[in-house]
Design a binder for this molecule. Structure first.
Ligand code: M6R
Length: 364
């Protein structure tokens, strides 16, 4: 049932404040502001690496997770696309743990990667949305996303719930590894608690994003740029757009611009820049200047501080509220989902069931 929404995707985008809140509350105790204890088959204090494998959007959630685990918990992460991981014969350290991320819990390559690690004797955790799935059954611990059924082929709420689980795990890992003290843990939990309210605020940007989607629909190519945790989000933005609008889109690390994609820049390829006012903001601004100098049209997704400090002319600036660094990837997912959605709706594509795609990819 779509309720009063035109598509499941729209409904699922709008459910995010609620499902993010449910998911976080499963892992974090908001009365004590502590991470709840987890019954893991390994000890975060004792592992020296985490191997994460997944496909598509779930891979991009894991990619954000890498930045968080390494920076906050000082735990090195190898993140792989499952179809590569399963064949690349990577030497696995016996002090590693493996984590698989999957909405459906049935993705063939992710499942094969899980079996590979199990055979090697690694402890296995699965972040899944479907509790009664093969990946859930075959892992040592299930870390559920409480997103509820996701019907739209383009993943939206499952992604932000995967990020919510990963962020919660990072708080646990940071604590176990002595990288945060009690006060640090409380602060991270309090910051994550703001995610549902921030997500609701961002949903109010729908009219602006709808108008922008109508404009975007006239282009054939779109480039997304971001640094740090906004880099996987840039790739996710491009994936969402191509998946449902069939517009060719690419997501790049902003610093890679000079290493190739800058050759493509002209007025016919808008550049969507995801740049909260964070530790790498100034670096991204210089990339935007390079784009502007070549006649590129910039759509900047930032916060109030970023909008004040971005010394570059943009076609449009989407201004999100200022927010703590750890919640930004969860919240910045929403405008890129909405932009892809409105573009596709305007173009009249089958948003919930895009051509050539299946909700769950159970064959290789
Ligand atoms: O069910 P899974 O999370 O394992 O699916 C992985 C990908 O197939 C999936 O995220 C796909 O990329 C989505 N259609 C993206 O919107």
């Amino acid at each position: 049932d779509k309720g009063n929404h035109r598509h499941f995707m729209e409904k699922e985008i709008h459910q995010q404040p609620e499902v993010i809140s449910h998911t976080l509350a499963n892992y974090l105790d908001f009365t004590t502001n502590r991470a709840k204890p987890l019954n893991l088959p390994f000890d975060f204090a004792k592992v020296d690496r985490l191997a994460i494998a997944a496909c598509g959007t779930a891979f991009l959630a894991g990619s954000v997770g890498k930045y968080w685990f390494e920076r906050i918990a000082k735990l090195p992460v190898d993140i792989d696309i499952a179809s590569e991981f399963r064949y690349r014969e990577m030497p696995l350290s016996m002090r590693s743990a493996a984590l698989f991320v999957s909405q459906s819990g049935e993705t063939a390559d992710t499942l094969a990667s899980l079996r590979y690690c199990r055979k090697a004797g690694l402890p296995i955790g699965a972040i899944v949305n479907v509790r009664e799935s093969t990946i859930a059954r075959e892992s040592n611990v299930v870390l559920p996303t409480l997103a509820g059924p996701e019907i739209g082929v383009a993943s939206t709420k499952a992604f932000t719930c995967q990020l919510s689980v990963l962020a919660s795990l990072v708080v646990n890992a940071a604590k176990a590894r002595g990288m945060v003290d009690d006060a640090g843990e409380e602060q991270l939990v309090r910051e994550l608690a703001e995610a549902p309210r921030l997500a609701s605020q961002v949903l109010k940007l729908a009219p602006q994003l709808e108008a922008l989607g109508r404009e975007l629909a006239h282009y054939k190519h779109v480039l997304y740029l971001g640094r740090d945790t906004s880099y996987p989000l840039a790739v996710e933005g491009a994936l969402k757009l191509k998946e449902i609008s069939y517009i060719h889109a690419e997501g790049y690390a902003a610093g890679e611009l000079k290493h190739g994609p800058i050759a493509l820049i002209d007025e016919s390829m808008p550049v969507i820049v995801i740049a909260p006012h964070d530790r790498v903001f100034e670096k991204t601004v210089s990339n935007m200047q390079e784009v502007a100098a070549r006649g590129g049209k910039i759509i900047l997704i930032t916060d109030k501080r970023g909008a004040e400090h971005a010394t570059v002319e943009t076609l449009q600036t989407i201004v999100l509220p200022d927010m703590p660094e750890i919640v930004a990837p969860i919240i910045y997912a929403l405008p890129i989902q909405m932009l892809a959605y409105y573009t596709a709706v305007f173009m009249g594509t089958d948003v919930d069931q895009p051509r050539n795609l299946a909700k769950s990819v159970t064959v290789e």
